[in-house]
Design a protein around this ligand. Sequence first.
Ligand code: FAD
Length: 430
Amino acid sequence: RTAIVLFTRDLRVRDNPALHAAVAAADRVVPLFVADPGLRVHPHRQRFLAECLADLRESLRQRGGDLVVRRGDPVAEAVKLARQVGAFGIAASADVSVYARRRERRLTDACAAEGISLRLHPGVTIVEPGAVRPSTGGDHYKVFTPYWRAWQQVTPRERAATPRTIALPDGVTGADPLTVLGPVPAANPQAARGGEAEALRRLKSFDPSGYADQHDDLPGDATSRLSSYLHFGCVSPQAVASTVENEAFVRQLCWRDFYHQVLHSFGDLPSKAYRTGAVEDWRTDEHALDAWREGQTGIPIVDAGMRQLAAEGFMHNRARMITASYLTKQLGLDWRDGAAHFMHLLTDADVANNFGNWQWIAGTGNDTKPYRRFNPLRQAERFDPDGDYVRRYIPELAGVEGKAVHRPWLLSGGLLGTVDYAKPLIDPPQ
Ligand code: FAD
């Protein structure tokens, strides 16, 4: 008996319920990844994905298996391969976005037509969407705090054992992911390296003892940097939560689950505002939007965040909040344009987390404080008090010492002449 495991965003062998189930149910297993040309991939992500796949293939090979990599429609390719190897079934991880769920429905129909069984397994989140529901009715929580309370009461699913051996059917050979994915950009020393091995190394070396107090410290960069690994499933969120037993940190993983259950119920999250009472009258200003994208707004803390994003495919959470708030609340530009730019550049770009957080910042989501507005200068003084984060990403300001770097328009004398940095687009807030 042969089964196929269709890998999507669960690129790991440890605690992978779909892989575990296929190995338990079949004598022979074909691990498959299909590169879907319908998904936009920026070089940051393309490289990370290639590294994830190379690492996954190596882990599967060490267990006697391999990774078949194809390019095309995942449904058509999975069914075609199932026919070729005479597979009785396909196992995959259940996902939440509209795109993923449409793919799951098409796969369900295609499998039914071919007489193949399809099993969708948990593992993308810690608590499955819909597993906890508000007592007041509805299929998902709209507000985080009651969700967090209910979430903490859920008994976690048992972790899936790591398969020791994976037997491939005769005649099936794997492929080098690089030949299928096409040219992969050269490694960027500033960007994270993909793969399960690297995820585990980071998880092991992450010290959460200062997390509660320091996670907002911009230059200190005291967060785990696990988001891309969680997005691509190089490590299961449950494994992360049980390794890092720190309440402030686990709460962030709960935010991740929270937005996944919102997206599962509210597929329009990327485009439609829940709330119309808050700002919805966005301005159109291509010049300002470009300046924001390029890190040229003239507000150093905003520009530093945007330049970190461009250079590393990552931005500190506090900087994401500051830059997103500046776009929407100071420049008055549409959150959807900002979210699209983040989706394009972030390695951890994630439909649930990205659009959920943008709606939170823009005040269009279900949050209870739609008129929240961050003052970027006060944020800068609080979370980058000596200006080190700004100087790291804005070389034009490298010569300005201390917190003066946050207000270059106030510089005087000779120093002002040496600074070739953008003038503020709009009057800086006080
Ligand atoms: P840590 O602080 O170490 O947190 C651990 C994990 O918890 C993260 O890896 C992440 O999976 C989860 N997490 C932390 N904060 C949040 C949050 N606010 N919402 C949901 N999950 C969270 N995160 C993404 O993974 N993908 C995105 O596309 C994304 N877009 C964002 C856009 C905006 C405007 C904002 C304000 C936040 C966004 N976030 C996104 C959430 C957060 O910024 C990142 O998850 C975090 O910065 C990643 O760094 P870390 O792994 O070091 O986080």
